[in-house]
Write a new protein. Structure first.
Length: 214
């Protein structure tokens, strides 16, 4: 009888251990796929921005070439007029078009990092691009957890599902399960797009809610 009980207990422990390992593997695979999807979206955004810059550069070069051609043709006409004994006319000067479009908040610099210009004037403090600790609710420990599953910056966090963030916190232990990641992707979206006023308004309201007496 004792041998049977011991044997059943061993099988029960093995079954529980197998279930834990299987659950962990499934969560890891799910997390990896979502992070890969987030990186792919960010890569597409960076590539689109580079293509836009190339098109703009091509348009500027074409405009300069057209202006140079008109200038050459204009120099040839006065020579013909002088040979015929007539007064040359002054060629029209065509101004070179310039790109005077205003800066768009949230554009990426050539290195692919978000532009934080003007953030300090709105937020009241200086921030670093892709610093996850800027997000209300994320501290150094949670930032390390995010880095561990591939969330390296604001764009990655903005593309991450809240369910994955909850799973990450649950797996980290009871001390971090109290964090609420519901607004983290939205905060990251505002940061990566340079909407500083909207970000400040959202974080101020979150702090007011947390400070309010229950």
């Amino acid at each position: 009888m004792p041998y049977t009980l011991v044997k059943m207990l061993v099988w029960l422990v093995l079954a529980v251990g197998l279930g834990i390992v299987t659950g962990w593997l499934l969560r890891s695979v799910t997390a990896g796929r979502q992070v890969a999807r987030a990186r792919s979206r960010r890569g597409d955004a960076v590539e689109l921005e580079r293509l836009r810059e190339r098109v703009a550069a091509f348009e500027r070069e074409r405009s300069l070439a057209a202006g140079a051609e008109r200038s050459v043709n204009g120099d040839a006409e006065p020579a013909t007029a002088r040979s015929a004994g007539t007064e040359p006319t002054e060629p029209a000067v065509t101004p070179t078009p310039t790109d005077d479009r205003p800066d768009t908040p949230g554009t990426l610099d050539p290195a692919g990092a978000p532009d934080v210009t003007g953030a300090s004037a709105v937020l009241g403090w200086d921030i670093e691009p892709d610093d996850l600790k800027v997000v209300e609710g994320i501290g150094p420990t949670v930032e390390e957890l995010c880095h561990g599953i591939g969330i390296r910056g604001w764009a990655d966090l903005a593309a991450t599902e809240v369910s994955l963030l909850r799973t990450m916190l649950d797996d980290a232990g009871a001390r971090l399960k109290v964090h609420d990641p519901t607004t983290w992707p939205r905060q990251a979206e505002l940061l990566v797009s340079g909407q500083w006023a909207a970000f400040k308004s959202l974080t101020d309201s979150l702090r007011a809610e947390s400070d309010a007496p229950s």
